[in-house]
Write a protein that binds this ligand. Structure first.
Ligand code: DP6
Length: 339
């Protein structure tokens, strides 16, 4: 079993291929990795070289509505705009929908509503592919368990595996060639006072996708060999910090893991630098504020924008230092934000 089609057939073996509803809708949250996924052991199945761990962004994410369409091609609408089928993002979404086409004239109309700014580099593929597979699962009334949904979401984008669940989510590397053991699971811990600040230093779309960037790093970086072990160490530190609600240990391990990933990318060839001068200025500002006693850390994905980590007790000071920051409390909807 090696191709995405094989994985889909295996998981849906005994499941109905006839829609149960005329239409279905599902939401999936965006997620930010505290321990990053960077590099694949299988590029077709998006199987990672290391286990990663994320925090989901509560109500920020994607809502997907799916309707069967008796046609040969899909129609995709994102935030009220019909996508040009010739663009790369439309083709990637179409190829994913094709995995769930069971008859020649059974295409879909996919309507996506994404409530995080595209420009912030946060409207990653993660919440999109997770919302799509959840809506397809609802359309056919398969009621797949989250582990199976995470496997199917991963076929669209690796980080989408983690957007199937909420809160702290761990996506296991797994060792099987078919990836059936590379699944996402939610951690039992909640941390209501944990805040995420989204800072936008650059509105330009990134020039090199995560997909291409991680492959280039795997292929050419002399530092990449150390990455899986570096990530495993960070994973243990982060999980221990979450269990103990030790904010400084969490922040340090997450920031250090992001910087190690970016250092590894920088040593790829051609070099891969997602930071801009504004990113570096912001980093230095955060380090100076921390030096002065403000409990604040950051993480960074494959783009120039930083995601700030702090506790609700520091929110007023952080907001004063960064007035344009978009602040989220991923767990706050379920408990008091000041716990
Ligand atoms: C830096 O999940 O977008 O955000 O599997 O090729 O679709 P593909 O890559 P993707 O990569 C995300 C990389 C990251 C780190 C992370 O989210 O863990």
């Amino acid at each position: 079993m090696k191709t995405p089609q094989d994985v889909v057939h295996f998981i849906l073996d005994n499941k109905t291929k006839t829609p149960h509803h005329p239409q279905a809708t599902a939401f999936a949250p965006s997620n930010i990795a505290l321990c990053k996924y960077w590099g694949k052991r299988n590029t077709q199945l998006n199987l990672p070289n290391n286990t990663s761990l994320s925090i989901s962004l509560g109500h920020k994410g994607a809502t997907a509505s799916i309707t069967p369409r008796p046609a040969t091609s899909h129609a995709i609408i994102v935030n009220d705009q019909t996508m040009d089928p010739n663009t790369e993002p439309a083709q990637r979404l179409s190829a994913y929908l094709d995995l769930f086409r069971f008859h020649q004239h059974a295409a879909y109309t996919l309507t996506l509503t994404v409530n995080i700014p595209f420009a912030a580099g946060l409207a990653s593929s993660a919440c999109t592919f997770a919302a799509i597979i959840k809506s397809i699962d609802a359309l056919f009334h398969w009621q797949l368990p989250p582990t199976d949904l995470s496997i199917l979401a991963r076929l669209g984008s690796g980080s989408a595996a983690r957007s199937i669940l909420s809160g702290f989510v761990e996506w296991t590397r797994g060792t099987q060639a078919d990836g059936m053991d590379s699944v996402a699971c939610a951690l039992p811990e909640q941390w209501p006072s944990l805040c995420i600040g989204l800072s936008v230093v650059d509105h330009q779309p990134k020039k090199i996708s995560s997909r291409d960037g991680m492959q280039r790093t795997v292929d050419t970086s002399p530092l990449y060999a150390a990455w899986p072990q570096t990530a495993d160490t960070a994973l243990t530190q982060i999980k221990t910090a979450i269990q103990a609600h030790d904010f400084h240990a969490l922040g340090k391990a997450a920031e250090s893991n992001a910087l190690a990933m970016h250092a590894t990318m920088l040593s790829a060839w051609p070099p891969l630098l997602y930071s801009t001068p504004e990113t570096l200025t912001l980093m230095q500002r955060i380090w100076a504020l921390r030096e002065a006693g403000m409990p604040i850390y950051f993480t960074q994905d494959a783009g120039p924008n930083l995601k700030l980590l702090f506790l609700a007790s520091a929110q007023a000071d952080v907001q004063a230092a960064f007035p344009t920051l978009d602040i989220l409390q991923p767990f706050a909807t379920r408990s008091s934000p000041h716990e």
